[in-house]
Design a protein around this ligand. Structure first.
Ligand code: SAH
Ligand code: SF4
Length: 411
């Protein structure tokens, strides 16, 4: 069970760092129900002497009607609501920046701690699809990332900490809520149709929290998403891919980025620990998992196009060999430059001819559209900008305070 689920009677110390707040001894730290999977919430209700079916009821209020106030949960008795209000809360992470683009893209930056680096971002991208409008949410799993891929701005920040379940599922909750804020509670609907665990961080290195969050995404008492509409993207933590195959059935994306070990060691350093042969074998085990379903199953291969680095015709030929026995769809990602990035984006022509080579060899190969440029790009870069702005705003505040001080002292 997550740490969020255990602190029912924890007593926190008076808040030393907020002198303006009245000192509160014996403040009860409330349990945040937002991030609990159904088994976790059932256990919670049993632990407080209630029936476990309450879990399903409360989950529906939280994840389908986007209610944070127990008073609005009308199928729960007043007595139980009062009890819950005393010991629990439903709390999404704090939004410090949001931006809704004209093309429908929405971006949020959440503060998940006190330090300057404690920011994560979430991006929603809409797209027309033959099955209707798709709203795909790109969710972060860690603050920063330890894996240090050479083209990734999140990697350049280093690793700060894992996100909790409430912080992970809170991103999905907030994106859905953003469409329903003004809609009466009982008329609210779930708007996000697809999730990709492709934001900041390596999801398989925050395994339990990510697994439980994905279970909430699939749960009919919560988001009820189909297992093909939840995708986990990994840079290739092989043992955890196998673990995931045992624990949950969702779509898998692999950040490949290089078709041979020498280049991949340089771009995606975890390749030194789990080289391509092992990674491709793990993908085969994922495909083999579901017997008769396997014909429909594939792995998405992500490949960031870096000018003059991994975009030569011979790299495309190596890809064809590497992937020839793996049911896969290839997604070419034009590189998103960020300050001091050591790479440039491959030219459009280069990307198209790379795609053509792979398509001619029989692969389904798409080029990712770059979207939402008017409110800036993806992959940790928005966080970088917000952090910069916050830092600059803090510096200005200090400067103004200093000059006020000087003016006062000069009379
Ligand atoms: N850690 C996981 C998921 C997060 S990264 C992983 O690596 O798969 C999500 C995707 O964005 C990955 O495919 C990653 O390689 C890609 N990416 C990172 N930095 C990028 C950049 N500057 N331009 C384009 N794609 C980038
Ligand atoms: Fe981490 Fe993924 Fe970025 Fe690599 S690409 S540093 S694994 S977030």
């Amino acid at each position: 069970m997550s740490t969020e689920a255990v602190a029912v009677s924890a007593v926190s110390e008076p808040q030393q760092h907020t002198p303006s707040a009245p000192a509160q001894a014996n403040t009860v730290e409330k349990v945040n129900l937002l991030g609990m999977s159904r088994p976790q919430m059932e256990k919670f209700f049993e632990d407080i002497g209630e029936k476990k079916f309450r879990a399903g009821q409360v989950m529906k209020w939280i994840h389908q009607f986007f209610v944070t106030d127990f008073a609005e949960m009308t199928n729960i008795s007043g007595k139980l609501r009062e009890k819950l209000e005393k010991i629990c809360e439903i709390k999404a992470p704090e939004v410090v920046h949001k931006n809704y683009s004209k093309d429908g893209t929405r971006k949020w930056v959440f503060r998940v701690g006190d330090g300057e680096g404690s920011l994560v971002e979430t991006v929603l991208i809409p797209a027309e699809h033959r099955s209707g409008l798709r709203r795909t949410l790109c969710i972060s799993s860690q603050v920063g990332c330890a894996l240090d891929c050479s083209f990734c701005s999140t990697g350049k920040q280093g690793f700060q900490r894992d996100l909790t379940q409430a912080e992970i599922i809170g991103q999905l909750w907030m994106a859905n809520y953003s469409y329903m804020e003004d809609v009466p509670v009982l008329e609210r609907e779930r708007s996000v149709t697809n999730v990709v665990m492709m934001g900041m961080g390596e999801p398989l290195l925050n395994y339990d929290a990510v697994l439980n969050s994905m279970r909430i995404m699939l749960d009919d008492f919560a988001y009820g998403m189909s297992k093909r509409r939840v995708t986990l993207s990994t840079s290739g933590v092989v043992p955890k891919i196998d673990q995931m195959v045992k624990d949950i059935d969702v779509a898998l994306a692999i950040s490949l980025h290089a078709p041979n070990d020498e280049l991949r060691n340089e771009l995606v350093p975890i390749n030194k620990k789990y080289p391509l042969e092992q990674l491709i074998a793990a993908c085969q085990r994922y495909i083999a998992k579901d017997g008769n379903e396997s014909s429909r199953k594939h792995v998405t291969i992500e490949y960031v196009m870096l000018d003059g680095v991994n975009d030569h015709p011979e790299h495309a030929q190596q890809m064809i060999k590497l992937l020839k026995n793996l049911p896969s769809k290839i997604n070419l990602i034009p590189f998103n430059p960020f300050p001091h990035a050591p790479y440039g984006r491959s030219s459009r022509n280069r990307i198209i001819s790379f795609q053509k080579t792979l398509s001619d060899a029989g692969f389904v190969c798409t080029i990712r559209q770059t979207r939402g440029d008017d409110i800036d790009a993806a992959c940790g870069q928005l966080v970088g900008q917000v952090a910069d702005r916050t830092r600059r705003a803090e510096q200005w505040k200090k400067k103004i305070a200093q000059s006020n001080e000087i003016m006062r002292s000069q009379g």
